[in-house]
Design a protein around this ligand. Structure first.
Ligand code: IFM
Length: 439
C-alpha cells in the first residue's frame, strides 16, 4: 500500500535508495542521570510547571538505553537498513568539558549493534538536548565553540562507527521555537533572541563541520533542516507569508550558501554577527537533510513577528492538528533545487501522529499508511523534476516523548506500551516491511 502511488520504475524502488527510520536521544533513551550524564535543558524544562502538556519528562521514555539491542533488531526485521539517531551531548561531555567514557561506552555498543545487524547509522550530534551547564545556552556565542569541541571529540572517539554525521537537527526549532515562540526549552518569548540563537546555531554547525574535518576525512557530513509549506490566508497576507518563508526556509539556505538573508526578517532583531561568521556558516555540506511534515496558513498579525499561523478549511489533519499536504514537500524541494546549488538530499524525517489504539494486540493506523503513501509519491515527483534525493527516513521508529506534547502524540511505526515497554509494530510498519522486501 505504501508504494501504491509510485511507478514500477521509480528511483525509490532501486536497492541503493536508502530507507530508514529516525529517533532522537532525549525522546527515547531514558536513563536521564546515569553513567555520568549531566542534565540537559530539556530535563530542566520538563520540571517547570505548565511546560509539558501531560507534565511528563524523559527520565524513562522508551528505556532505549537498556533495550537498544531489541530495538535495533526490530529495525532490521522491519526491513530498514538505515537508522537515524542522535547522540546526547550531556551524556558524552562532563560539566567540566571532558569526554565521558561511560556515556561513550553506551554509544559504542549501540553503534556496533547497528553495524552487526546490517543497519547503517546516520548520527545527529545535536537534537536539542543541550547540556544545562552551558551558561547562556544558544544566546552565548561560546556555545557554538563548545559544540565544535564536542563534535571533534565525538568523531575522534566514535568516528570509526559513524559513516554519516549531521551537526544539528532542525535549528529553527532550537532557536525560533525555543527563544521566540517559547514552546521549547528554554521557553523564552523574545524575537531578537530567536534570531540571535539562529545565528549561533548556524555558526555552531559550520564550526562543527570544520572541527570534524580536521579530525578525519572519511565521513559524509551534513545538516538537517525542517521546512513547512506556507500559504497566505488571503492576498493581503502575502507579505506576511513571504516573511515566514524567509524565516523558516530561506534564512537557513541563505546562510549555507553565503547569501544575504531577507532584510525584513533581519530587521526584527539585532544579530551580533562577527567578521568571518558568514564563511564559517557556509562551510560546504556533503549532504542536506530535509524534514517535512505539514502546511500552515499565514496571516498578517500585530505582534513582534508580524504574522500568525492557522489551520483553515476542511483539509485532512493528523492527530497533532497538522495539515496533510504532500504537494508542499515536492514544491519546496523543487524550489530549493532551482534556487541553490544543492548537495545530495535525504528526507531525514517525515511522518504522522495518529490517535493509535491497541486492540486485540494490533494497531490499525490507516491514516499513517495513507500519509506515507502520499509523501513517498511527493518525493518521487521531486526526483522526476530533477532533485537529487538519495534516501528517506520515516519519523519515527517507535512512539516516544513528543517534546511539549509529552506522550500525548504517537508518531511511531511501532506502538510503545509505556507501562510494560512492549513494542508492537503497527499496520504501517507491516506495510513498510512488505514494500522493503519487494525491492
Ligand atoms: O518529534 C519531532 C522530532 O524530534 C523533530 N522533528 C519533528 C518531530 C515531530 O514533531
Amino acid at each position: 500500500m505504501i508504494a501504491d502511488k509510485i511507478s514500477a520504475s521509480s528511483r525509490l524502488r532501486q536497492a541503493d535508495f536508502e530507507f530508514g527510520v529516525a529517533t532522537s536521544s532525549f525522546q527515547i533513551e531514558g536513563a536521564s542521570r546515569v553513567d555520568g550524564k549531566q542534565a540537559s535543558i530539556w530535563d530542566e524544562f520538563c520540571r517547570q510547571p505548565g511546560r509539558i502538556l501531560d507534565s511528563s519528562h524523559g527520565d524513562v521514555a522508551c528505556d532505549h538505553y537498556h533495550r537498544y539491542e531489541d530495538d535495533i533488531r526490530l529495525i532490521r526485521e522491519l526491513g530498514f537498513e538505515h537508522y537515524r539517531l542522535s547522540l546526547a551531548w550531556p551524556r558524552l561531555i562532563t560539566e567540566s568539558g571532558r569526554w565521558n567514557e561511560k556515556g561513550a561506552d553506551f554509544y559504542r555498543r549501540l553503534l556496533e549493534c547497528c553495524h552487526a545487524h546490517g543497519v547503517t547509522p546516520n548520527v545527529t550530534l545535536y537534537h536539542w538536548d543541550l547540556p544545562a551547564s552551558l551558561q547562556g545556552a544558544w544566546l552565548n556565542r561560546d556555545t557554538a565553540y563548545r559544540f565544535a569541541d564536542y563534535a571533534a571529540m565525538a568523531v575522534k572517539h566514535l568516528g570509526d562507527l559513524m559513516p554519516r554525521v549531521s551537526t544539528l537537527n532542525e535549528p529553527w526549532c532550537s532557536s525560533i521555537l525555543s527563544y521566540d515562540l517559547g514552546y521549547h526549552a528554554p521557553g523564552h518569548n523574545d524575537r531578537a533572541e530567536g534570531l540571535q540563537a539562529a545565528h549561533h546555531l548556524m555558526l555552531a554547525s559550520g564550526l562543527g563541520l570544520q572541527a570534524m574535518r580536521a579530525e578525519r576525512s572519511d565521513q559524509s557530513l551534513g545538516l538537517v533542516l525542517n521546512f513547512e509549506a506556507l500559504q497566505a490566508r488571503t492576498e493581503q497576507d502575502q507579505s506576511a507569508r513571504d516573511l515566514v518563508h524567509a524565516e523558516r526556509i530561506r534564512f537557513w539556505m541563505d546562510r549555507l550558501f553565503n547569501r544575504d538573508p531577507s532584510p525584513a526578517l533581519m530587521a526584527q532583531g539585532r544579530v551580533d554577527e562577527q567578521s568571518g561568521d558568514r564563511a564559517i556558516m557556509a562551510e560546504p555540506l556533503d549532504w542536506l537533510g530535509v524534514n517535512y511534515y505539514t502546511r500552515s496558513m499565514v496571516g498578517a498579525a500585530d505582534n513582534p513577528r508580524g504574522y500568525e499561523l492557522t489551520n483553515e478549511g476542511e483539509t485532512e489533519r493528523t492527530h497533532i492538528g497538522w495539515d496533510i499536504h504532500p504537494q508542499g514537500l515536492t514544491d519546496i524541494l523543487v524550489e530549493l533545487h532551482q534556487d541553490y546549488p544543492l548537495p545530495p538530499i535525504y528526507i531525514t524525517e517525515n511522518g504522522a501522529a495518529c490517535d493509535d489504539v491497541l486492540e486485540a494486540g494490533r494497531v490499525n493506523d490507516e491514516l499513517r499508511r495513507r500519509y506515507f503513501q502520499g509523501h513517498l509519491a511527493a518525493v518521487d515527483q521531486a526526483i522526476e523534476q530533477g532533485v537529487d534525493i538519495r534516501g528517506y527516513y520515516a519519523w519515527s521508529l517507535m512512539d516516544n516523548f513528543e517534546w511539549a506534547y509529552g506522550y500525548t502524540q504517537r508518531f511511531g511505526l511501532v506502538y510503545v506500551d509505556y507501562t510494560t515497554q512492549a513494542r508492537i509494530p503497527k499496520a504501517s510498519a507491516m506495510d513498510w516491511q512488505r514494500f522493503l522486501r519487494t525491492r
